[in-house]
Design a protein around this ligand. Structure first.
Ligand code: AMP
Length: 446
């Protein structure tokens, strides 16, 4: 029920925002993921479910959806379609990680991708759409946002970062020592608390953006302000995948970002942010960082990947996307649904009980008509005794049962029993679908 609700909501949301569904293979050549996501990322280095085919080709179960979508865009010539192309997907992803609450080896994601435009309004729209999606499920979230620059400004920033981490080398974990040799930006993504504390003092990318990236990011934040989307600047948010450029963001359930030490507290407009920047930096440095960034609590993450399609052999195609973790959303959604709808039983269903062969045949016809009208039906056609059937109905907590014996078949009627009240009424065959449909009409908003 919960999965169905979420899947239906994603499908209708994507439809309303004019995204087309895309299905990509679960199994792809490993090279796609190592090229796209980055050889030095945790997802590729530690978490890829990889094996070798008989012909020696290394293949992997997809750890995320964007690389496959980008490959499909190139292979299927989507560049010739009107741009940007808006696609969405939903399905299983695989990450070889230590399973724990909120972190699974087989997880499910859905995602929205916009390929073929570098306009900052799309970054803001994607963030806003993501927040609104969760809100439509009554889940309030908070957005962390950052810009990680482009190939013009990032190299000089990386030099500064490298200088910083080299000085702190001895205090950093073994993984960070490795990361600084191969891809220093990845250190900011470290899950070790002691490292995160050190990185609160690290130089930040937003302070080192080139003019174009600065303009782009300013406009993204202005659009977000315009759309009244609350966000927090998180100067050390880099995401766990290498393909990102410029805007990156993550959504946490409300309450979470306050505990994230990499956050630069701010939820006012961008102009005010710039003015307060200096003062805030001081405050941030004074603040004792509390805990790890709780990455397993993020509900969604995304950003721009302007260079990815080129990296995969396509033409330059600036693009962006977001992915949501379905299990984590469901954990928050389940209690809300349970509160709106009684959790156990089939209260919105009707049970069909029959006595004798003629009644069974007639009930088959009634069942068909009810299902065609969208009524949810439970039955026990293989059983004979009426008492047994009503016991099954009672255990399933259905609201209504239809009872049909030889006498009713001859009279052309059905007994309709209200299972909660124990009251029965006689309804003619031709009225039964209408009466039941009206009684089971859905109530509540979720
Ligand atoms: P990522 O692009 O890795 O940030 O993943 C996007 C979203 O997928 C995250 O914000 C989580 O909600 C979810 N997610 C990522 N990894 C896992 C996992 N191992 N188990 C469950 N959900 C996950």
């Amino acid at each position: 029920m919960y999965w169905q609700l979420l899947e239906n909501r994603v499908t209708s949301f994507a439809h309303n925002f004019s995204f087309e569904r895309i299905e990509t293979p679960i199994l792809e050549e490993s090279a796609l993921f190592s090229h796209a996501i980055g050889r030095e990322t945790d997802i590729v280095k530690k978490e890829l479910f990889e094996f070798v085919l008989k012909d020696g080709t290394p293949v992997a179960l997809r750890p995320e959806g964007t690389a496959g979508v980008a490959r499909a865009y190139i292979n299927h010539g989507m560049l010739s379609l009107p741009q940007p192309v808006k696609l969405w997907y939903m399905g299983p992803m695989f990450r070889y990680d230590r399973p724990q609450a909120g972190r699974y080896r087989q997880l499910h994601q859905f995602g929205f991708e916009i390929l073929g435009s570098d306009h900052p309004v799309l970054d803001a729209e994607l963030v806003s759409m993501s927040v609104r999606f969760l809100k439509s499920l009554d889940i309030s979230s908070h957005c962390l946002v950052n810009s990680i620059g482009c190939r013009v400004c990032r190299p000089s920033y990386l030099q500064k970062l490298l200088l910083f981490v080299r000085q702190k080398k001895r205090s950093l974990c073994a993984d960070c020592n490795e990361r600084m040799k191969k891809n220093v930006l990845r250190v900011l993504d470290c899950k070790e608390e002691k490292c995160q504390i050190i990185y609160t003092d690290a130089p930040s990318m937003v302070d080192n953006l080139c003019e174009d990236c600065k303009k782009h990011f300013t406009r993204v934040l202005e659009y977000l302000d315009e759309m009244n989307v609350a966000y927090t600047l998180a100067p050390r948010l880099v995401r766990g995948l290498d393909y990102y450029t410029r805007t990156v963001f993550e959504l946490f359930p409300t309450g979470m970002p306050k505990e994230v030490p990499l956050v630069q507290e701010n939820s006012s407009s961008y102009q005010e942010k710039e003015q307060e920047e200096h003062q805030e930096e001081q405050e941030e440095n004074e603040e004792a960082p509390s805990k790890n960034p709780h990455r397993q609590d993020a509900l969604a993450g995304g950003g721009r990947y302007d260079l990815l399609l080129e990296m995969l052999g396509g033409k330059p195609t600036p693009s962006l996307g977001v992915a949501f973790g379905m299990e984590r959303i469901l954990t928050l959604l389940k209690p809300k649904v349970d509160a709106a709808v009684p959790p156990k039983g089939h209260t919105n269903s009707v049970f069909l009980a029959q006595l004798g062969e003629k009644a069974r045949k007639k009930m088959l016809v009634i069942k068909d008509e009810l299902i065609q009208k969208g009524v949810k039906v439970l039955d026990a056609f293989s059983k004979d005794g009426l008492r047994l059937q009503l016991e099954i109905a009672s255990r399933a907590k259905v609201s209504y049962a239809l009872i049909l014996g030889e006498k009713e078949v001859i009279e052309g009627t059905v007994i309709l029993r209200d299972m909660n009240e124990g009251i029965q009424e006689i309804v003619p065959f031709e009225k039964i679908v209408e009466v039941i449909s009206a009684k089971l009409a859905p109530k509540g908003s979720l």
